[in-house]
Design a binder for this molecule. Sequence first.
Ligand code: H79
Length: 435
Amino acid sequence: MNRQTTKLALLLIVAAFGSHPAVAQTYQPSDSNLKARQWFQDAKFGMFIHWGVYSVPGRGEWVMENEKIPITEYEKFAPQFNPTQFSAADIVSLAKAAGMKYITITSKHHDGFAMFATRQNKWNIVDATPYGKDPLKQLAEECRKQGIKLFFYHSQLDWHNPDYFPLGRTGHSAGRPEGGDFNRYLEFMNAQLAELLANYGDVAGIWFDGMWDKPEADWQLQRTYSLIHKLQPAALIGSNHHHAPFDGEDFQMFEKDLPGSNTAGFNQTSISQLPLETCETVNGAWGYNKNDKNFKSVTDLIHYLVRAAGANANFLLNIGPMPSGKVQPEFVERLGAMGQWMQKNGDTIYGTRGGPITPRSWGVSTQKGGDIFLHVLDWKDEYLALPDLPGITGAHLFGSNTALELKTLAGGLLLRLPPASRDPIDTIVVLERAK
Ligand code: H79
């Protein structure tokens, strides 16, 4: 055993036999974890990266399942995956310039392919591709340099590992043996997680996905979660299982919906008291899809970010790098424009929480310290009626001294927004309170 594996083995032993037995118990987050939750809620904007061997065919990260590609065929993409143009410095700089405070990258997606130097199997970027390097290592180092936090997305669902058995809703055309030991699969997954938590410095959190594939299985979540919290107590655990958070989780995420909406069809879940996050794509794809040119506009993306903040949630915006390692120009342009907007208006987003006016069709409110920010996104009339808010003494446009007319009526407030005060993307109004 070399030093790294020895350290890992020790960590695994400590995690398995330490003071916290691997049985269900009520999770008590550490002080560092509670602090990390605050940081997370203040950060508001992150970059999601879906990157794997599926970028080679360029038809999204579900290509194996959607096109019923058996493992033997799918594995042939690996020798073609040589992302020599990948630059961790460029990607972290892109996130930073967009105003993003953290990155969440796929360490393993449903195809089971590890984007890091795992010792648990050979189905990984170091052992199975001509590239032969560990992009997550490069990214972790660069994130540390540039002050960006790093989360790992780890798929619990696995279309490649023979021990992921019995199969769930997906993976039936992978051509796998009719057998396997699910407990051994969980050992494998936990060992990969232990590698990620031991070898990449401080990990901001683990973003799980895919439990919905086998909702009835015994995932031994407490074992996995206590392993993570033991190795890095501040690491935030979240899982995209479409249920209210389970014991041991530190944040709640929503996919392709703001908390409380359900356009995707699987977001009926109640909203918990944990920090919230919603994720969305720039076009329709998570993993690189060369045919999807249906890009959202800068305005739409900013609106989603603002509406997320108004719903007390972070926005995790996805990019799917190309097989070369480069990010397509359509993504770079949009992220740059969002960054410019955030540079001007970020004070009304970063460090805020959802405001006293719950989300409306016209926009949202955020708040920080004593300030309330109205984000008027979609309102054509000169007057906007607001609910009664005690203690409001006046209003002005954010970033200027222009006072706005605000009338107190019985039962509410009436705000006047003359056409000249309007911003085409977001008219931000500061509601003044007696201090
Ligand atoms: O990683 C990205 C996607 O690949 C992954 N999550 C994001 C972040 C994702 N996988 N699936 N989905 C998103 C939507 C899944 C829908 C379905 Fe089902 C899976 C339809 C049928 C199986 C879940 C279970 C919803 C209905 C039943």
